[in-house]
Structure formats: C-alpha cells, structure tokens
Design a protein around this ligand. Structure first.
Ligand code: GAP
Length: 479
C-alpha cells in the first residue's frame, strides 16, 4: 500500500471522514462507516450527481427501488449463473487474488519497465483468455507461462483458478431453504429495468429517456483489502438511458462526454483521469468504457459506461412474461429499447476526491495537511472564529455562523490558537475561515482567509454570506 494511501486512511479516521465498521469489535473487513465529515462529503457528491443527471435533463426521472427483489430478477439478469470472479491463492502467503487483475498488474509492470512489446503480447493473451470457454484454465495458463509471482510474498506457488459467485444470499421468513432464498442486490440497475414501464407511464416519458438511482449494492468480494475502493456493501449512482435500437452509439458517445465533464467539474485534474476500453465485452454489450482515476494504488475504474443493447429488458420480458416493448407514437413502431448505462461508485468517487484533495505543504517552515476539495464538495464551507472568547466576539461570530447556516454547512470554533483552528479546518478541507477580532467591534469588518491561497481579506461582516457564495461559484483549482 502506498504512503499516500496510508495517510488518507489515517486522516479519514482521525478527522471523522470514514471509520472501520464495528471497530470496537475488531472491525468487519470491507465495510466502512462514514463519520460527520464523510457523510457531508457523500451528500455533496450525491447532490452533484443528482443535479447533473436528473435536474439538468427533463427526460431523466429518479427512482429509489428496494434492495430486496424477487429472486427471478437475478436469474433474468444473468447474475445467478455468471456473476463470478476468477480467483487464485498464493499457497505461501495464503493471500487470494483475482487472476485477471494479477495479470493486469504484471502487464502494468512490463509497461513501466519500457517492455511495451512484451506487455502487448501478454495483454493479447489476457483478452483471449477472458473470452475463452474455460476462462479459469486460460488465466491460470498465462500465470504459469509468464511465471507471474505473488505481489505480497514474491512466491510462485499458486492454486488453480476457481470462480466464486459474488452475490450475498439470505432467506425470507423463518425457514432457510432454497425455496425462500433471496439476494441482496449486487447492482442498483435491475431496480430500474423492472420499473421501466412504471416510470415511463407515470413520468409521461417517451424514448429516449432515462431513469436514475442512487443506492446500496452488495457484493461478497473475496479480495477486499483496499479501504473503500472495494467494499462488500457500497453505493452506486446509476442511470439507464433507453433509446431506439440503432441510435445507441450516438447516446453512448454523448454520455461518455457528459460523465467525464462531471468528474472534471468536481475539481479532478484532467491528467488524473483516462479512458479504458473493456478487454472483454459482456456477450450482450456492444461497447463498454471505464473512466479510470490514478488512485494512490494505481489507475483504477471509478465509473463504467456501457451500451447494453436490449439484453436486460428482453430477459425480463422472457422471465416475467410481461411485455417490455415500447410503442413509438411518432413512427408507429414497436420495439424493445436499447440501453446506455452510466454507473459510478459513490465510495470510489469519495476515495478519488480524498486522494485528489490531499496535500502536504510547507508554510514558513510549518507543515500543514490540507484537503483542497472543490468548495461545492467540501463538507464544511465556512468556519467562524472569535479571535478571543471575550469582549462580545463570540456573539458576533455566532451571528455570522447562524447567517451562513441558512444556506451552507458552517462551523464555529473558539478553542485553541487561531493557527491551530486554521490547521484543523485545512484538514477538514474548509475553503473559507472568518475571524472576528477587535476591529470587527469597531468597524464591523471581519477577516476571511482562503484555504488555498492563504490570502486574507477584510470585508464587512454583513457581506460574508454573499462573499462565500461568490467565491464558491468562481472557485478554480490552483494546481
Ligand atoms: N450496473 C453495472 C455495474 O454494476 P460495475 O462495473 O460492476 O457495473 C459499477 O460497477 C461501479 O460500481 C464501478 O465502476 C465501481 O465504481 C463501483 N463498484 C463496483 N464494485 C464495487 C465494490 N466492491 N466496492 C466499491 N465500489 C464498487
């Protein structure tokens, strides 16, 4: 694990962004709780997504479907039969890896060493293996042929590659048998597909239109040791866009562009994002790209954009016996719409924002850790401090805080030196700190300190709310 990654995990706990689940009992692996700052970050990301997807498109409707669904849904979607990870164990360390990711890591290493031809050769083999009838065997053969060693122990002592289904099972009612088995949804998308007609009719939508949802998903990830990158309980923000067959590539390209712009609009630097085309297309998909971010653990997927044809709706028609067709009133045609899906992990977005924001800076010989979040994402937008706890300064500061709280999340702090209070807010990523001092009592002005530039300006205390709002709107990353 990288140094930066460890620092982010440690800051997340120290400052109340993210805690290990059930920590007092020793913790539950791959499950995390969002603390007071983390939950604000999460809400801001959800709002930014909902704003961009639902409010900015009059042809996209929102839903909030249940986590538990009639189990045939997962037969129809293919998850019961084919939602498997190929896994391999290092016999020496007992560590378990995803075989395809082990090979990807090896390819990345070859590239870093400048062995591009070799990397291309192994990559071609990986693509072939992922599409092979006996995929586990094909992946195992590559690991053996290339003598790929265990990243942790360095050993070359592997088990066979085996596949595991990732769905969590539970039972409805008191009796536990196969007849009342039910699954925790492994993706939110199916809650959208099964509601296709409900939403279309009640929203009076015509194709093309979309349905958006934010919600929990569950996967029994076998290899899960990367903080909130790979969790067993996580949150997805998904949108299914229903289009006329034949027009899907146009919609696919348009959504690719919009989704990349969303990440950039949240303050992610362009150099930290890239496109990755899927090596293996699901048999029903006709295009699939991931947006990858350069996490401290390397380039990894944060979002998938998939052109899923009419697979899901057709399968639900087949398994439910209900027509999933759409009648086009303009052309008088009847068809099952094709679907372009955008699917972004909320927790992976949070990890990306934490990684992007984390900076260590030297200020006149003093080290500061500062989280340079985009202000619209920052958990606290403004903090208000009285210079000292007397002479009426706390009252003035509380009044400014109350004003700010009408529109943004604000914070009041009177403990410790001003320098310490600034440092605490830097770690929380608060973009603006307002100090009430002796001059405030004389002329009604306060100091506003900018988190990024450290510039301090004096403004009238009655203009603080407007000043903060203007600054937030005009914010630009400074490096
Ligand atoms: N409906 C399509 C779908 O679920 P996916 O690529 O399996 O596609 C979409 O998942 C996104 O969900 C990923 O890009 C990732 O951000 C997030 N995700 C998937 N598994 C995750 C996990 N175990 N922990 C955290 N996020 C996960």
């Amino acid at each position: 694990m990288s140094d930066l990654f460890d620092k982010i995990v440690s800051l997340s706990k120290r400052r109340g962004f993210i805690f290990q689940s059930s920590e007092i009992y020793g913790g539950l692996s791959a499950a995390y709780d969002y603390g007071p700052l983390g939950v604000e970050l999460k809400r801001n990301v959800q709002n930014s997504w909902w704003q961009a997807m639902v409010y900015q498109h009059d042809n996209i409707e929102g839903v909030d479907a249940s986590i538990l669904m009639e189990p045939t849904v997962w037969k129809a979607s293919g998850h019961v039969d084919a939602f498997n990870d190929p896994l391999i164990d290092d016999k020496a360390s007992k560590m378990r890896y995803r075989a395809d990711q082990l090979i990807e890591g090896y390819i990345e290493k070859l590239r870093k060493k400048g062995k591009d031809d070799e990397a291309e050769r192994v990559y071609a083999r990986l693509v072939e293996a992922l599409n092979a009838d006996d995929m586990p065997k094909a992946l195992h053969t590559i690991i053996m042929d290339e003598e790929i060693r265990s990243p942790d122990s360095g050993a070359f002592d592997w088990t066979d590659v085996r596949v595991f289904n990732l769905m969590f099972e539970t039972h409805v009612g008191p009796i536990h048998n196969a007849d009342n088995r039910i699954y925790l949804r492994p993706e939110t998308a199916q809650g959208i597909f099964v509601n296709f007609h409900n939403v279309r009719e009640t929203g009076r939508q015509q194709v093309p239109f979309g349905i958006a949802q934010i919600g929990k998903a569950f996967r029994n990830e076998i290899v899960a040791r990367q903080f909130i990158f790979r969790m067993r309980e996580f949150e997805q923000m998904e949108m299914q866009y229903f289009v006329k067959p034949g027009t899907q590539m146009e919609a696919f390209e348009a959504w690719r562009e919009k989704r990349m712009q969303w990440h950039l609009g949240n303050g992610i630097r362009p150099s930290k994002l890239r496109w990755h085309e899927h090596e293996k297309l699901a048999h029903y998909a006709d295009a699939a790209f991931d947006i990858q971010y350069e996490y401290p653990i390397g380039w990894q997927e944060v979002e998938g954009i998939h052109s899923r044809t009419d697979y899901d709706l057709s399968r639900h028609q087949e398994f439910s016996g209900k027509k999933m067709e759409y009648f086009d009133p303009q052309t008088q045609e009847r068809y099952i719409p094709y679907v372009v899906e955008t699917s972004v992990g909320l927790d992976r977005t949070i990890l990306m924002l934490l990684s992007e924001a984390y900076r260590e800076e030297d200020i006149d010989g003093d080290q500061r850790v500062v989280m340079k979040f985009h202000p619209k994402i920052a958990p606290i937008k403004a903090a208000v401090f009285p210079l000292v706890k007397k002479e009426g300064m706390p009252d003035v500061a509380h009044a400014i805080e109350a004003d700010l709280r009408q529109s943004v999340n604000a914070f009041y702090d009177e403990k410790g030196s001003i320098g310490k209070r600034y440092r605490r807010m830097d770690e929380a990523g608060t973009p603006y700190c307002i100090t009430v001092d002796g001059d405030t009592l004389e002329d009604g002005t306060v100091t506003v300190r900018d988190r990024d530039t450290l510039e301090q300006v004096r403004i009238d205390k009655d203009n603080v709310v407007r000043f903060v709002q203007d600054k937030m709107r005009d914010w630009q990353p400074i490096d």
